[in-house]
Design a protein around this ligand. Sequence first.
Ligand code: ADP
Ligand code: MG
Length: 246
Amino acid sequence: MDTDRPLVKLRGVRKSFGAALVLTGIDLDVRRGEVVVVIGPSGSGKSTLCRCINRLETADEGVIEIDGKALPREGKELARLRADVGMVFQSFNLFAHKTVRENVMLGPVRVRGLSREEARERADRLLARVGVGDHGDKFPAQLSGGQQQRVAIARALAMEPEVLLFDEPTSALDPEMIHEVLDVMTGLAAEGMTMIVVTHEMGFAREAADRVVFMADGGIAETAAPETFFADPKTARAQEFLARVL
Ligand code: ADP
Ligand code: MG
């Protein structure tokens, strides 16, 4: 195995919506097992970056590779490669009319070709791992927001992704539920999961990040180890941002 090769590689990624240039040319490498926390003001392009990495949006220009493979534009191959990039959203996006267990089983059966029996075992194992093992037969609305978000993490893990993207996974949660989701994420990070996490939780960034990426105006303004970034931000934009959030 080529261990030097980044698991996620972006070069010159640009994206516009109409006349608005939203990503101005992103270069980013994420190594296997690395946890990259992406922070920055609202509108700086963080969500668009995540959505381009797993092809919910198509970049206008540039290269996006997962484990050395460019993301194909469409078709079965895209579905398979997209499954290598798990994503957890701010709004949990669970299927309301399916049970918690079915939510987790769906992808492995449809995309990974598991039998229902195999998928059920995997779902129950993962639901237990994120601390909602007793709730498999319930519907999402019967769970708290924090529980639903942990189900969404289990659903992403069930695809056995190479990398997990989190786009503000705790922003829709009541304060008392934030930590139960962050605890699961911290556990995944400690187990070596490769993660790109957009968050405003600076405590998580300090504790779990190998690297902080600070975005402003559609570009990466600054990237540094968290201890360096928080103690000594180099750019005026990062200094202003930290003065507001810390
Ligand atoms: P962030 O996640 O950092 O808040 P976004 O990536 O959501 O930023 O948005 C970056 C910019 O792109 C914003 O100005 C936003 O209004 C714009 N934008 C995002 N998605 C769309 C879209 N689908 N159509 C038009 N503009 C969009
Ligand atoms: Mg966003």
